[in-house]
Design a protein around this ligand. Structure first.
Ligand code: NAD
Length: 255
């Protein structure tokens, strides 16, 4: 059976648990014919254990996206395994506890800086670390949570996502000449580890129970994963700097 990622080699960050959007992205990517390599944080053993649940085996490489040594050695390690890349998935987000959950006005800059480094600047770091492997062009896809709005509890992850969204546009601008596209999926709430670390996340997610035109299931990360796979495929050949909402339609509702 042919798939929309047949013959494509894809690097996927962010597989931590089965609830990770990246896990479902990797699963759908393999089902669609891709050869997948995973990166792991904080420990490869965790990701290796979850990777066993994928339809096909996937090699795991350690990557703390704020660690320049890890970033510098990434291309060499991936080249040894796959030779080159057609796509890269950034599925990474983190903010310290004092940057979340209603502490917006008191968060120290150090915590804001960490959120920005891990959640936004890292898209540029990852793109540049992988660029030497995409000499034939490629597709970079990240995950955002709609940064147009001030959400309850989300606090400094909001400005971090706004920075991620802008970073994606600037990458799209600067990498277009190399035939590399950069796009984001703006996902609705999913009950992953990252989400559970936000105090009061269910209050935020509750918005989807009343405002989503399409029924939204927080326990199902697959729709977001399918969106990522679509952007990795050849079916968006002239789309870059774009944000596609996989949020049940909440983004366009007035009330
Ligand atoms: N869960 C949601 O409601 C939701 C909604 C929209 C967007 N997103 C975004 O989707 C992406 C994936 O999150 P998820 O919900 O699947 O949660 P998750 O907890 O499964 O994934 C977050 C990932 O970030 C990784 N990470 C954290 N710090 C890192 C570092 N220094 N280096 C490398 N990796 C690091 C973790 O290892 C983990 O795999 C994030 O960007 C998140 O903000 C999530």
């Amino acid at each position: 059976m042919s798939g929309i990622l047949d013959g494509k080699r894809i690097l996927i960050t962010g597989v931590l648990m089965e609830s990770s959007i990246a896990f479902h992205t990797a699963k759908v990517a393999q089902e669609q014919g891709a050869e997948v390599i995973l990166t792991a944080f904080p420990r490869p053993t965790l990701t290796e254990r979850i990777a066993k649940k994928l339809p096909k085996p996937a090699k795991v490489i350690e990557l703390d996206v704020t660690n320049t040594e890890h970033l510098d050695r990434l291309a060499g390690l991936v080249r040894d395994e796959l030779g080159s890349l057609d796509g890269v998935v950034h599925s990474i987000g983190f903010a310290p506890q004092d940057a979340l959950g209603g502490n917006f006005l008191n968060t120290p800059f150090e915590s804001v800086a960490t959120a920005m480094h891990v959640s936004a600047f890292s898209l540029k770091s990852l793109a540049m670390a992988c660029k030497p492997l995409m000499s034939e062009g490629g597709s970079i896809v990240g995950l955002t949570f709609d940064a147009q709005f001030a959400w309850p509890q989300y606090d400094w992850m909001g400005p971090a996502k706004a920075a991620l969204e802008a970073t994606s546009r600037y990458l799209a601008r600067d990498l277009g000449k190399d035939h590399i596209r950069c796009n984001l999926i703006s996902a609705g709430p999913i009950g992953s580890m990252a989400a559970k670390s936000i105090p009061g996340f269910t209050e935020l997610a509750d918005v989807w129970n009343t405002r989503s035109p399409l029924a939204w299931n927080m326990a199902d990360p697959e729709p977001a994963g399918r969106g990522v796979v679509a952007l990795l495929s050849d079916f968006f050949p002239k789309t870059t700097g774009e944000i596609i909402h996989v949020d049940g339609g909440v983004h366009m509702m007035g009330a």
